[in-house]
Design a protein around this ligand. Structure first.
Ligand SMILES: [Zn+2]
Length: 210
């Protein structure tokens, strides 16, 4: 399952000066950029361990550094091929950051990498969750029609609690999937990631009402 990923493993040492690199994309020592395959693992790009739990401040710091290091403007006088490479790397760094900084996208990414199903292939949510979401939606609509601020405030608390609970389950499943993907965990994570969208829809429904 991971064979093709391993084949594309980028270097951890600079191919130019042979010093260890914090990111395979750029060598801090000789300041040489290193094109990595387009399918390079997002965690690898930032030199971070492939885990769901991630130090968001550290990710942000590394993102800012890399963005600056591979910025095409810094290579303005370089050969056109080099400028093309920096543009592609900058886009790769951006895309990796967009996904890793968002807990749900990060879990989805780990799921896809472990061979899990896409949302279009498996639409089911965890048992009971849909019924609960539908009931909350009805209550929200009723409270809106009565313009009942107190009820809406209470509903918002319930929806946020539900979101926190689902998020916690997503976190532990995603950690398991990143570590050692079991078929059961893949299925469950798919279901919870489908489910969290419904909860987020409820949050959206409430956000302009309360
Ligand atoms: Zn180097």
């Amino acid at each position: 399952m991971t064979g093709s990923m391993e084949a594309a493993t980028p270097p951890t040492k600079c191919t130019h000066c042979h010093q260890p690199m914090r990111s395979p994309v750029f060598c801090q020592n000789c300041r040489v950029i290193n094109p990595v395959p387009p399918d390079t693992d997002y965690f690898t790009i930032f030199g971070l361990p492939r885990r769901y739990q991630l130090d968001e401040k550290e990710l942000h710091k590394r993102f800012l550094n890399l963005t600056r290091d591979v910025h095409p403007d810094r290579f303005a006088t370089s050969a056109p091929e080099t400028i093309n490479v920096t543009m592609r790397l900058a886009a790769q760094v951006n895309e990796a950051h967009e996904v890793l900084k968002d807990p749900v996208l990060r879990a989805e990414y780990l799921l896809q990498q472990a061979g899990g199903k896409r949302p279009s292939e498996e639409k089911g949510a965890p048992g009971g969750m849909l019924a609960e979401v539908m009931e909350l939606r009805e209550q929200i609509e009723e409270a809106v029609s009565r313009d009942d601020r107190t009820a809406l405030e209470e509903l918002r608390r319930r929806v946020n609690d539900m979101h926190a609970e689902v998020q916690e389950t997503v976190a532990s499943l995603a950690e398991a999937v990143a570590d050692q993907p079991e078929a059961e965990d893949l299925q469950e994570l798919r279901a919870y990631l489908n489910g969290i969208k419904y909860v987020r829809n409820l949050q959206d429904l409430l956000s302009d009402k309360v």
